[in-house]
Design a protein around this ligand. Sequence first.
Ligand code: FUB
Length: 327
Amino acid sequence: MNSIPKPNQPLVTHIYTADPSAHVFEGKIYIYPSHDLDHDGPSNDNGDQYAMEDYHILSMENLASPVVDHGEALHLRDVPWASQQLWAPDAAFKNNTYYLFFPARDKEGVFRIGVATSPSPAGPFQAQPDYIPGSYSIDPAVFVDEDNRAYMYFGGLWGGQLEKWQTGEFNPGHEGPALDKPAIGPRVAVLSEDMLSFEEQPQEISIVDIEGNPILAGDEDRRYFEGPWVHKYNGLYYLSYSTGTMHTLVYAVSEQPMGPFTFKGEILSPVIGWTTHHSIVQFEEKWYLFYHDCSLSDGVNHKRCVKYTELKYNPDGTIQPINPYPS
Ligand code: FUB
């Protein structure tokens, strides 16, 4: 039995976990994290050290109750199209079914996004035989709007291969744009009614500054890197994401689910470890940020642990920046 989690402390310590996508399902908090492998292999900018092979789903009755690990929910061996690296997942509920969305490399080494289904939010999940047609890159985040339309946001630079898809086709030699050109944006696609395919080709999201100018590729404090998350607050859509090389979580806001999104500011200052990845969820009147760092392994980048803390808004709807290590 795990102890009751405290804010800014690891939710679990018996396994390494990362990339927490938190949702309230059936009145409880469910967390869909990556399950980091405990290995001592080499690291590189391609992310080969993130060699994850399965998912474990965590849940809590509320924030004053112990965390439950529901065990293996899906394993790489049971995903017919995938070859390696089960990276950051997300989940959604629609059609009386729970959907687990997850990236992995296909048999050619190209990252794709798959979907698996279950009657229970805790799984186990049954993978579809193939990845979502037209999907690519990593870090799916699915937002189901009040009108029941479901949107998938996704994409990640470097190891996540988003640079390779600038033409709509996979070009292994393609690098990112020049530093004075618009940054590559995350992608968004409307999901079909059965949640198993895209209604149309994914679109690139535009993130702009307060004057409406695109954020440039060299603007590392603000440009999109990976880990998108969309939530709605007071009728506005908040797109939050990692800046990667600057190790911060930041956000941009729009009146439309597909943007353009206007950059607003920082949510979380850098954590211990290279990656930062999060989700934002409301539970019983309060809002929470779920995130990860590498404190459980004393800083090993691919041995991470998921945490949570409260997230607060200012009266104008901006988010109060969070220090992950309050004294
Ligand atoms: O966990 C593997 C990758 O690291 C995720 O897909 C990225 O968002 C980063 O957290």
